[in-house]
Design a protein around this ligand. Structure first.
Ligand SMILES: Nc1ncnc2c1ncn2[C@@H]1O[C@H](COP(=O)(O)OP(=O)(O)OP(=O)(O)O)[C@@H](O)[C@H]1O
Ligand SMILES: [Mg+2]
Length: 447
């Protein structure tokens, strides 16, 4: 994001007007932030996705974004997150008001459980297939089917979000034109997406195959150290048989997933309805309307990681008058358990070695900074933002909000920046300054 969250929140508040009260940040993606917003008259909470157009807004692209989002807003299906309103504000921010789904995303479910039961995986897959089938009939291809875009509400219903939005938002947002940057999530891209060919609804069926494979085995079939290597595998490599990972998946279901993952779109199911029927034929329970998700905080996986380190005694710092000790502050050698957890979350790529891991106490204790030998990663409950370490500098800023607080911003090449923490205590700051000074080189001053 090129605007910081408080500026974005303020602009969103101005855009929505007094009828709405912008509340907590629900999550941040590659090009947007999602806030919980109170709609006063309707007395309900909605989720509002805001795309930040940065410093060089383009009126024509903004118009196009709003037009495309309005097409998506017409979709009405029990497994699609309903959109209530789409709008823009002075070509600076674009927003989508939608139902707030109070439940975990599939990404969070997979972080808790790693892999799901056959029944649950097939039921989620079937509900996603139904949502896709409906959208495809209206000419809308999702293009970004991945665990972050699949939400499960408190009643256990699966809801797919962000239909076609990624492409529109990417086109509208100036900051995404950085050369060489791969837009999208390579692990879920179809071969035709990976090679930049034209695509149709069958691309979503491939991505659904990846989702099913991951729900069943705990692993995405194609992974690697760089986006390019993953895309290459999507286009050319064969996936390891599901039977190599677990032996209780019925052969019929394995057959369905294999067919979805065919490299040639002509060999896949030709429609999502066909895929949905095949899932139910393979696992009759997949026709069920609800999936049971255990309660628990969406940030459980991250907290578990913190707990692990604290138990190991590696991060205990004595209390001083400067504020609570950091939840986690460990330098190399990093305990094995932490390294494994970081690798599982994709915060540490194969071949990289963690040198420093930090999470402050307080409101931001679910965000981690990981400095590896090759990459610097910011790990939130929702995603990992990773940058080559060369050329990354740390910068601090101070602001007054519920007392004196500090901000850590990463300065990236080409004048890009990414805010890591916003509410650091003085104690956090002093811990970070002396470590990052040596690892990254720092510049003190207002950010
Ligand atoms: N309707 C919603 N209700 C509740 N939470 C939501 C809703 N939509 C999104 N979120 C939360 O906000 C987070 C950020 O969403 P966003 O779509 O911006 O990013 P993403 O899907 O994680 O990644 P990408 O930018 O690649 O699409 C999601 O991971 C999800 O946890
Ligand atoms: Mg999303």
């Amino acid at each position: 994001m090129s605007l910081d969250i408080s500026t974005l929140r303020q602009r969103l508040q101005e855009a929505l007007g007094a009828e709405f009260i912008v509340g907590d940040l629900l999550g941040e993606g590659g090009f947007a932030a999602v806030f919980r917003v109170r709609e006063k008259r309707a007395r309900r909470d909605v989720a509002v996705k805001v795309v930040d157009l940065g410093l060089t807004p383009s009126p024509s692209l903004a118009t196009r974004f709003v037009r495309e989002a309005r097409t998506v807003a017409r979709l009405e299906h029990p497994h699609i997150v309903p959109i209530y309103k789409v709008g823009g504000y002075q070509n600076e921010v674009l927003y989508i008001v939608m139902r707030c789904v109070d439940g975990p995303s599939l990404r969070q479910l997979l972080e808790r459980k790693r892999r799901l039961s056959v029944r649950k995986a097939a039921t989620i897959g079937r509900q996603v297939a139904d949502a896709l089938g409906y959208a495809h009939r209206y000419g809308v291809v999702h293009r970004d089917v991945k665990p972050d875009n699949i939400l499960v509400d408190t009643g256990g219903h699966v809801l797919v979000t962000d239909f076609g939005i990624a492409k529109a938002a990417q086109q509208a947002s100036s900051q995404l034109t950085t050369e060489g940057m791969v837009v999208g999530t390579p692990q879920y891209m179809s071969p035709e997406q990976a090679t930049g060919e034209s695509l149709d609804a069958r691309s979503d069926i491939y991505s659904l195959g990846i989702l099913l494979y991951q729900m069943l085995t705990g692993l995405a079939p194609f992974d690697g150290e760089s986006a390019q290597s993953i895309l290459m595998k999507q286009a050319t490599a064969n996936h390891a048989p599901i039977g190599d990972h677990r032996d209780d998946v019925p052969a019929a279901l394995v057959g369905v997933v294999d067919r979805m993952l065919a490299k040639d779109p002509g060999e896949r199911f030709q429609t999502a309805e066909e895929a949905s029927r095949a899932l139910v034929a393979a696992v009759p329970a997949a026709s069920g309307e609800t999936v049971r998700v255990r309660g628990g905080s969406p940030v459980m996986a991250v907290k578990a990681l913190i707990g692990l380190v604290i138990l190991a005694g590696a991060a205990l710092v004595a209390l001083t008058l400067l504020g609570k000790p950091a939840r986690l502050a460990v330098s190399a050698p990093i305990p094995d358990g932490v390294v494994r957890a970081l690798r599982r979350r994709g915060a540490l790529t194969t071949g990289d070695v963690a040198q420093f891991v930090f999470a402050p106490a307080g409101a931001e204790d679910t965000t981690f900074l990981v400095v590896g030998r090759h990459n610097v990663a910011i790990v939130t409950p929702h995603r990992v933002r990773s940058y080559p370490r060369d050329g990354v500098r740390a910068r601090y800023g101070a602001h007054v909000s519920r007392g004196l607080q500090f901000r850590l911003v990463l300065l990236l090449p080409q004048s890009q920046r990414d805010t890591v923490f916003r509410g650091l205590s003085f104690r956090d700051l002093s811990e970070l300054v002396w470590r990052l000074e040596r690892l990254l080189g720092t510049s003190l001053g207002g950010s």
